[in-house]
Design a protein around this ligand. Structure first.
Ligand SMILES: [Zn+2]
Length: 226
């Protein structure tokens, strides 16, 4: 059994080391915060960004002191308290500042409205248009004319609002076999595969004015079933 100083502080450490650990905790808190801002919210579903930092911070602070015999307890306890304190301060601060909350936790982004995909908003969310179509298929959307609007929520989930059957119009069919179709259509109404824009008079080699994509598919006006 080692003496109390070794147990709590480590044989070679001074109180200055505890202060250093507090500083390290603040630095790591900010570093992880930026890391998750960079990776985007889709990577951290279920947790808010702040909660995740706390889980990771507490996990690593706890783990070292639990497992390694040469890891003193007090610095870990201080690190955990500082992580919790940072969490508490950030929460209080975010309750008072809408712009800070938006910066840290993100905001709800509209990615589909008026029959077309907001490709710029999707890109900001780190989602490709084909991932977006995939999420819509999970919501039982067959063609874009069924959708009134869609939003990427703070936790990265997609919310979809539908048009009533009598308002369902023509739109891009989003089943993969339609999106992959290679035929060059030069008659009837078509929809852009990149954003859903409708075009009445297609011609070969035509590019979409909205998103620049060059692939077009015959539209569908299928209603939602069930
Ligand atoms: Zn387009």
């Amino acid at each position: 059994m080692s003496d109390w100083h070794t147990l709590f502080l480590g044989a070679d450490n001074t109180w200055l080391f505890v202060l250093e650990c507090a500083m390290r905790a603040v630095i790591m808190f900010v570093a992880v915060l930026f890391l998750f801002k960079l990776t985007g919210k889709r990577e951290v579903r279920q947790f808010s960004v702040l909660e995740l930092i706390v889980v990771i911070g507490l996990g690593s602070a706890l783990g070292d002191a639990m497992i390694y015999t040469d890891s003193p307890i007090l610095p870990s306890v201080v690190a955990m308290l500082v992580v919790l304190l940072c969490y508490w301060i950030m929460n209080k601060w975010m309750n008072h500042s809408r712009s800070l909350e938006k910066l840290i936790e993100g905001e709800v982004i509209r990615v589909f409205a008026n029959g077309v995909v907001d490709t710029a908003a999707l890109k900001k969310e780190g989602m490709t248009v084909h991932e977006f179509y995939g999420e819509l298929r999970v919501h039982h959307v067959e063609q874009l004319g069924q959708v009134k609007s869609a939003y990427v929520e703070i936790d990265g989930e997609l919310s979809v609002f539908f048009l009533p059957d009598e308002e369902v119009g023509y739109g891009l069919p989003i089943a993969p076999e339609f999106l992959r179709s290679q035929e060059g259509i030069t008659d009837g109404q078509v929809a852009c595969c990149g954003c859903g824009t409708l075009k009445e008079q297609p011609f070969l080699g035509m590019n979409c004015e909205r998103c620049g994509a060059g692939r077009w598919v015959r539209t569908s006006n299928a209603k939602r079933i069930g």
